[in-house]
Design a protein around this ligand. Structure first.
Ligand SMILES: NC(=O)c1ccc[n+]([C@@H]2O[C@H](COP(=O)([O-])OP(=O)(O)OC[C@H]3O[C@@H](n4cnc5c(N)ncnc54)[C@H](OP(=O)(O)O)[C@@H]3O)[C@@H](O)[C@H]2O)c1
Length: 265
């Protein structure tokens, strides 16, 4: 099966975790990839792992906290590949700090990277996708985009905001051939908890216990790709923690009791 052969796919957060696993899965299908994140050396490492020829891969490092040049980045992709078929907004970082102890600057930065960068990159690729009359935009949210949780206030808020934006975008652009998928992972074994920001602004540097036996990034990538192929609008990926989304919807009182008993880590 080579459904993504020659498709031009831009992945943010491609230097690690879910983004890296997506790059490797898409490469197996001979897609053409643009890999973005801040660490160029790590992007180069992932590029080698994909085994794609130079012609089919581009490393485009930048910081998601400054997307003023988003259209310039999209133009660079167009220059090399002539089109953009799929944008996977995946780059981001989590939080391990109480709302009351977290400065507004840290809150704003969480929103900038986890929400506004997704909006900016999406706006940058939309004109090309509209011209092509096709395109697929993916936003990696979280189950924290469906309910709030201890130590995640602004991270959860940014993920919730993605749903408002991308659900609206889907309605506005589907008639122009553009599809939108929101992905809500639960617990996936990556460096996400290590890289989470604390109240001091430093990284948490600890793997959450609950992430140790969690689903692999590779399995998560396979399920995201299946969601794209099956034109899903919203998917949940992970272990039993994703049941909480349904419990909140159908049994809100039970949800209230269960969520209070969960460990933040
Ligand atoms: N793992 C989970 O359990 C889980 C659950 C729900 C949702 N998610 C979401 O999944 C996505 C991927 O996370 P992951 O689990 O794969 O974690 P990860 O291994 O920490 O990867 C995060 C990626 O985002 C990039 N990134 C972070 N800050 C950035 C910035 N300012 N500018 C550019 N790139 C930046 C990192 O690259 P650089 O450091 O090189 O910039 C890295 O490639 C995130 O949106 C996360 O919220 C993860």
């Amino acid at each position: 099966m080579r459904e993504f052969k020659d498709k031009v796919i831009w992945i943010t957060g491609a230097s690690s975790g879910i983004g890296e696993a997506l790059a490797i899965e898409f490469a197996k299908q001979e897609a053409r990839l643009i890999l973005s994140a801040r660490r160029e050396d790590e992007l180069k490492r992932v590029a080698i792992l994909t085994k794609l020829p130079e012609l089919d891969i581009m490393i485009l490092p930048f910081d998601l906290s400054d997307t003023r040049n988003a259209s310039g980045l999209a133009a660079q992709i167009l220059n090399k590949f002539g089109r953009i078929d799929i944008l996977i907004n995946n780059g981001g970082y989590s939080q391990r700090s109480e709302a009351g102890e977290t400065s507004i600057d840290i809150d704003r930065q969480l929103m900038e990277v986890n929400y506004f960068s997704y909006v900016a990159l999406t706006k940058a690729v939309l004109p090309y996708m509209k011209r092509q009359k096709s395109g697929h935009i993916i936003a990696i949210s979280s189950i924290a985009g469906k309910f709030g949780f201890y130590l995640r206030s602004s991270y959860s808020a940014a993920k919730h905001a993605l749903h408002g934006f991308f659900d609206s975008l889907r309605l506005e652009t589907e008639k122009q051939g553009i599809k939108t998928l929101i992905v809500c992972p639960g617990k996936i074994k990556t460096n996400v908890s290590l890289n989470a920001v604390t109240a001091s602004g430093a990284v948490h540097s600890k793997m959450d216990e609950s992430h140790e036996d969690a689903m692999s990034a590779e399995e998560c990538a396979v399920q995201i790709i299946s969601g794209i192929l099956n034109n899903k609008e919203e998917i949940y990926i992970g272990g039993k923690e994703i049941l909480m989304v349904k419990i909140k919807r159908f049994f809100p009182k039970l949800f209230g009791r269960l969520i209070r008993k969960q460990s933040p880590y």
